[in-house]
Design a protein around this ligand. Structure first.
Ligand SMILES: [Fe+2]
Ligand SMILES: [Fe+2]
Length: 257
């Protein structure tokens, strides 16, 4: 069995530093790895990235992350990534990694992802160059996720994104903004690989549980959704996603939007 802790949308700044740490200090007792589903910062500044590094660095378990749209806001992505990586937090974008645990080899592939919408209500590659660029970005991100997932030789495969691969976990958000919260192409990428679990954030008002059309379990781990420092998932020895279960962890309550 492999134990995965996950949370997204922690939106760190100076005011938030310290709120997660008491629960994080217990991580080595209950998880093998921590996965962060993007929106680590409020506005994507290097200073906020240093807050993330203070809060999520040196935890005693590997920490892997993708970035979110907020982490891009200040056009300081290279600086943000460097601060995180210097703190031992591995940033995945179109790539994956395999971690060896007593319970097996865990493969994690990550992309930020992008919007675009879902079957029957999605953006199409038609018309203005701006719309084509929007859809191209979505498609490229999904292709990068698929390639990263396919490239991993492991016992259990996890997809980590910021944007959602399914509409299920957006339930609670206004329908009008679904196209800006995720895309079906991410779900297709996941379904084309033996992924056991897909984790994402971004949809603060969404729902926790969903499933891809191919039957892969999807979990929205945005902090405002899970309302705790992190959720823990126990994955069994097989790729069969039926062995996935979410276990709540008593951590901090949501205290900001
Ligand atoms: Fe967020
Ligand atoms: Fe976001």
């Amino acid at each position: 069995m492999i134990r995965i802790a996950a949370v997204g949308d922690v939106h760190m700044d100076e005011d938030v530093v310290g709120r997660f740490r008491p629960a994080l200090d217990e991580l080595p007792d209950c998880a093998d790895v921590l996965l962060l589903a993007g929106d680590l910062t409020r506005h994507g500044t290097e200073a906020e990235a240093r807050c993330v590094a203070r809060e999520f660095g040196g935890l005693g378990v590997p920490v892997l992350t993708v970035l979110g749209n907020h982490d891009h806001q200040s056009d300081q992505v290279p600086q943000v990534v460097k601060v995180l990586e210097d703190a031992g937090i591995r940033v995945l974008e179109g790539e994956g990694t395999v971690l060896e645990f007593p319970g097996g080899r865990l493969g994690v592939a990550g992309v930020k992802g992008f919007g675009g919408g879902f079957a029957g209500r999605c953006a199409s590659d038609f018309g203005e160059p701006e719309m084509k660029a929007f859809v191209r970005t979505t498609n490229e991100s999904a292709r990068a996720l698929e390639a990263a997932l396919r490239g991993l030789d492991c016992d259990l495969l996890v997809a980590l994104t910021h944007y959602s691969p399914v509409p299920d976990t957006l339930a609670g958000e206004p329908l009008e903004i679904y196209p800006f919260l995720g895309s079906y192409q991410l779900g297709q990428a996941i379904d084309s690989t033996p992924t056991a679990l897909a984790l994402h954030g971004h949809a603060h008002a969404g729902s926790e549980r969903g499933t891809t059309p191919g039957g892969v379990r999807v979990r929205n781990v945005a902090h405002p959704v899970i309302k705790q420092a992190y959720s823990i998932f126990h994955l069994g020895d097989h790729l069969d996603a039926s062995e996935v279960s979410g276990i709540g962890h008593s951590g901090i309550q949501q205290s900001w939007s």
